[in-house]
Ligand binder design. Structure first.
Ligand code: F6P
Length: 319
């Protein structure tokens, strides 16, 4: 490849900017021309593309959100949209594309490969739901935000001897709930990957309060349903007063942690190097400390395994 473009797509995540910076700087370092596409695939179809230089990505490594903006694009699901997107790249002589995003973004990249564009996916989502990488960019920051919120909730719950039900994001994946729950000493972690018995959770909560516990934290992944319903059932069955907090999009903002910046920098650079080596239609990741590139086909048809050992640990420690 001689010239590449970069875009961010789907829901944003902290560290996307660090990944954009890495792609641009790595491409320039390796003598490539590099372009940025604004607003994800929609911008690609609308020809919203500009050339980047070293300074275009200055002062963004620490910023949340994405300076390239992002969108969810229906048109990209059609053959016409895919052809238009590829044409807009080809007419500028751009033959490689780095897509920073989640599952849906990877599928778009795969379609562009069929139109003759070399593509590379970089996992950017708070959900940590992309297989063949231990972590996705943004997950670490999102978990830190949840842990910070739970620290605060714990103070006021203890004063009032209440239970706090905290609903967190993650779509169909329970990883944000799992990691945040373990890190904040939650009494129960409800995730879509593991069946649970709400009556048993309520009984344990009541027993714990009877034995002197002054607060209880229940983390609910959005994939199992609304925190509001969980709280209602728990209060009815346990008699313990509860309050619900839905953290929502707060989990997607703010300055990325050093872990997310380092991950973004390594994966962005690796994606560029793989394109230069002639690779295409792959998603990059970090597995056990090793940089890996896996077929997008395989990534989008696989499910990330849930860490049951960690889940059991969280339960054992929350007695
Ligand atoms: O995929 C990231 C994510 O934040 C999910 O955790 C959540 O379900 C969804 O996006 C929210 O989407 P939107 O930003 O469109 O409300």
């Amino acid at each position: 490849v001689k010239s590449i473009a970069v875009l961010t797509s789907g829901g944003d995540s902290q560290g996307m900017n660090a990944a954009v910076r890495a792609v641009v700087r790595s491409a320039l370092y390796n003598g490539l021309e590099v372009y940025a596409v604004q607003r994800g695939y929609q911008g690609l179809i609308n020809d919203d593309i500009r050339q980047m230089d070293l300074r275009s990505v200055g002062d963004i490594i620490q910023r949340g959100g994405t300076v390239l903006q992002t969108a969810r694009c229906e048109e990209m699901r059609t053959l016409e949209g895919q052809q238009k997107a590829a044409e807009n790249l080809k007419k500028r002589g751009i033959d490689g594309l780095v897509v920073i995003g989640g599952d849906g973004s990877y599928q778009g990249a795969h379609k562009l490969t069929l139109q003759g564009i070399r593509t590379m996916g970089v996992p950017g989502t708070i959900d940590n739901d992309i297989p063949f990488t231990d972590f996705t960019i943004g997950f670490d920051t999102a978990v830190s935000i949840v842990v910070d919120a739970i620290n605060k909730l714990r103070d006021t719950m203890t004063s009032h001897e209440r239970s706090s039900v905290v609903e967190v994001m993650g779509r169909h994946c329970g990883d944000i709930a799992l990691y945040a729950g373990l890190a904040s000493g939650a009494e129960a972690i409800l995730v879509p990957e593991v069946e649970f018995d709400l009556q048993a959770v309520a009984k344990r909560m009541r027993d714990n309060f009877e034995h002197g516990k002054k607060h209880s934290i229940i983390v609910v992944a959005e994939g199992v349903g609304e925190g509001e319903n969980v709280a209602k059932q728990l209060t009815e069955s346990s008699g313990v007063d509860s309050r619900v907090t839905v953290l929502g999009h707060i989990q997607r903002g703010g300055t990325p942690t050093h872990n997310d910046r380092v991950l973004a920098s390594r994966l962005g650079d690796f994606a560029v190097r793989r394109l230069i080596e002639g690779d295409s239609s792959k998603g990059v990741g970090l597995v056990n400390g090793e940089l890996v590139a896996t077929d997008i086909d395989k990534i989008v048809t696989s499910k990330k395994p849930f860490n049951l050992d960690m889940y059991d640990l969280a339960l054992r420690l929350s007695q």
